[in-house]
Design a protein around this ligand. Structure first.
Ligand SMILES: *[C@@H]1O[C@H](CO)[C@@H](O)[C@H](O)[C@H]1NC(C)=O
Length: 169
């Protein structure tokens, strides 16, 4: 009986997640899976003109707005284009492991909640090479990458600034 109740709860949870998907084809709410490819990235700073992007020329859109129109998700995924959220982290809190963990969890929750594909870390502050902050920054990126790749298979963590590389699952 308890097993049945648990199964019922699990099925209800799965259904409620699926019914949140804004796309008529719920497969478009799965994180995009692609072969490694040459990245062509656009930064979306306004949510007014995404319908007129040339999706055939893009692989990733970095969302720099506070929110997205759910229809952007359906369109981008149907055209094999990833959506990743721009994210900042306060350099003064780099050695605060509690703050790092909370931030990482927030990023991953946001990506899961919006059915998007990852995070673009864009830290404005300068971090001296080989400094303690640089090591902590690397740890932050590792912590984010480790969790998001487990929670959202196929997801992406992009990094700009002093580490100019890009990790793809
Ligand atoms: C570390 O982060 C936690 C969680 O954000 C915060 O409550 C705390 O004040 C921070 N500690 C310091 C020393 O800034």
């Amino acid at each position: 009986m308890l097993n049945l109740v648990i199964i019922f709860i699990i099925v209800t949870c799965i259904n409620s997640v699926r019914s949140d998907c804004p796309c008529p084809d719920i497969s478009l709410c799965a994180p995009l899976q692609t072969e490694p490819r040459h990245e062509k990235v656009a930064f979306m700073v306004s949510d007014s003109n995404w319908r007129s992007y040339d999706y055939s020329q893009l692989t990733t859109i970095v969302i720099c707005t506070n929110d997205i129109d759910p229809q952007l998700l359906c369109l981008a995924h149907s055209r094999q284009v990833r959506l990743v959220w721009i994210a900042n982290y306060d350099v003064k809190q780099l050695s605060n492991s509690t703050a790092r963990t909370e931030w990482v969890n927030r990023q991953v929750d946001n990506v899961k909640r919006t059915y998007t594909d990852g995070v673009n870390l864009d830290m404005e502050d300068e971090i001296p090479y080989t400094s303690d902050a640089a090591h902590k920054y690397t740890e932050l990126v590792q912590e984010l990458s480790n969790l998001i790749h487990v929670e959202v298979p196929g997801s992406m963590v992009r990094i700009f600034r002093y580490l100019r590389y890009c990790i793809q699952n």
